[in-house]
Design a protein around this ligand. Sequence first.
Ligand SMILES: O=P(O)(O)OC[C@H]1O[C@H](OP(=O)(O)OP(=O)(O)O)[C@H](O)[C@@H]1O
Ligand SMILES: O=c1cc[nH]c(=O)[nH]1
Ligand SMILES: [Mg+2]
Length: 209
Amino acid sequence: MSKVYVFDHPLIQHKLTYIRDKETGTKEFRELVDEVATLMAFEITRELPLEEIEVETPVTKAKAKVLSGKKIAIVPILRAGIGMVDGVLKLIPAAKVGHIGLYRDPETLKPVEYYAKLPADVEERDFIIVDPMLATGGSAVEAINSLKKRGAKSIKFMCLIAAPEGVEEIQKNHPDVDIYIAALDEKLNDHGYIVPGLGDAGDRLFGTK
Ligand SMILES: O=P(O)(O)OC[C@H]1O[C@H](OP(=O)(O)OP(=O)(O)O)[C@H](O)[C@@H]1O
Ligand SMILES: O=c1cc[nH]c(=O)[nH]1
Ligand SMILES: [Mg+2]
């Protein structure tokens, strides 16, 4: 069963409150999403494997630890996931970036894939899918299907705000995929929007409303 981690660090909660605020404009919204993505990347990389090397300090030789070359790929779900990529890359600058384009049909709420491009060595990479919103879970499940179909073996899903329905949908369809969120909200409304949520993440990021 997928594990669910809620990153409720005070800085994340504080920034998320201003992300939610409908008075927050596009520029500030984008900056805050970027900052929260960096903070979440700090938490999600907690378990990265280390190895020991020798380093010479001005004082003496010493054994010290460095990351042991884990191959990571970040995959934003277009469009809104793009808003989280740079924030994660600040901490994992050598990560590759794949893209999956999905939009949610406003009538059926079902995801429609329109683009997919992943790094070549899919089977060896640890993937982190990023998307600000996990609502019905349809987009996340489809993005994970898409990665697995192309050979991905290790996948994490990271989002800002999740609805319980979306978490359950991933757990049901992809129990091997752990979920990392900044806030678990109350529910979905009749239009599939997260309540209280933040509105339409893509529109707020790109100013398309
Ligand atoms: O869990 P779900 O019910 O599938 O909804 C979540 C999806 O909805 C939003 O994308 P949207 O379809 O609005 O596309 P956009 O990013 O291009 O705005 C969001 O960024 C997720 O990808
Ligand atoms: O609340 C929601 C649900 C889906 N997509 C969004 O951007 N917001
Ligand atoms: Mg949208």
